[in-house]
Design a protein around this ligand. Structure first.
Ligand code: DGL
Length: 278
């Protein structure tokens, strides 16, 4: 089969990677996508690097059984912790969210003060700090781990009028009060599902703040690669197939809400069957 016709693989621990899928559908409408959300082993963002690497390798093994032509790690935690290992273990183009989101933040900041909201593992890996320093070492970066956001999103607490989510957003943003950023990177791909709440609360606290959606930024990096390498699919409708590792009902409900279309073609798989062997 012509490589252009092969699907793109996208994975995350759960719903977060849909932020990249939504953008991919918009900017690469002809591409077929195979999405895997590891809902049975979520969350990733509070686990050790060793476990995250192991899970990510299983996820890659599963995607490769679908003959994908490239993989987008639509997960800040895996991108921060395992990108190097995955690139050296799998012979396929692999993209993460850290570099594209950091580059966008650097483009947008006027004060040189960039905050990163992400999972505890991403914050301790300091991957965004390093990526931003590599572009401009004069910029200051402050990271805040937000472990409550993923369970809120996975359980569907994403409405703009959701008081629990608003309260927790305010709690995390209060840690940035002295720093007062003008750009906030949503370094976990789950967080753009509550972007409106974060953006409104940040505006009230810090004035003009630009929000960077890491999933969205990574979709653009993948698009550039497919076009530059001549691997993009040029016509025909794109079909997205969804796979999860636990009962699909919750995923289907929130995914449909977020993507603004009925998401039905979801299959449950046993990801442990695709175990990574050292
Ligand atoms: N969406 C993921 C991320 O971008 C993982 C969240 C989690 O499972 O903790 O970090």
């Amino acid at each position: 089969m012509d490589v252009n016709e092969l699907p793109i693989g996208v994975f995350d621990s759960g719903l977060g990677g849909l932020t990249a899928v939504r953008e991919l559908k918009e900017i690469l409408p002809h591409e077929n996508i195979v999405y895997f959300g590891d809902t049975g082993r979520l969350p990733y963002g509070t686990r050790s690097a060793e476990t995250i690497i192991k899970y990510a390798c299983d996820d890659m093994n599963f995607l490769l059984t679908n003959s994908v032509k490239a993989v987008l790690i639509a997960c800040g935690t895996v991108s921060s912790t395992a990108l190097g290992v995955l690139k050296s273990s799998f012979d396929i183009p692999i993209f993460g969210v850290v570099e594209p989101a950091s580059a966008e933040a650097v483009r947008l900041t006027e004060k040189g003060k960039i905050a990163v909201l992400a999972t505890p593992s991403t914050i301790s890996a300091k991957a965004f700090d390093k990526a931003i320093a590599a572009i401009n070492p004069a910029f200051s970066v402050m990271g805040v781990g937000c472990p409550m956001f993923v369970p809120l999103v996975e359980n569907g607490y994403i409405g703009e009028d959701c008081n629990i989510t608003k309260e927790i957003v305010n709690e995390y943003l209060s840690k940035l009060e002295d720093f007062s950023p003008d750009v906030i990177i949503l370094g976990c791909t789950h967080y753009p599902l509550i972007k409106n709440i974060i953006s409104k609360a940040a505006g009230e606290k810090f004035g003009k703040v630009r929000i960077v959606d890491s999933g969205r930024a990574s979709a653009h990096a993948l698009k550039n690669f497919l076009h530059e390498s001549g691997k993009a699919k040029a016509d025909g409708p794109g079909v997205t197939r969804y796979f999860v590792s636990d009962e699909p009902h919750n995923f289907m409900r929130t995914a449909s809400l977020f993507l603004g279309e009925q998401v039905e073609n979801i299959s449950k798989i046993d990801v442990e069957k695709y175990l990574y062997k050292k």
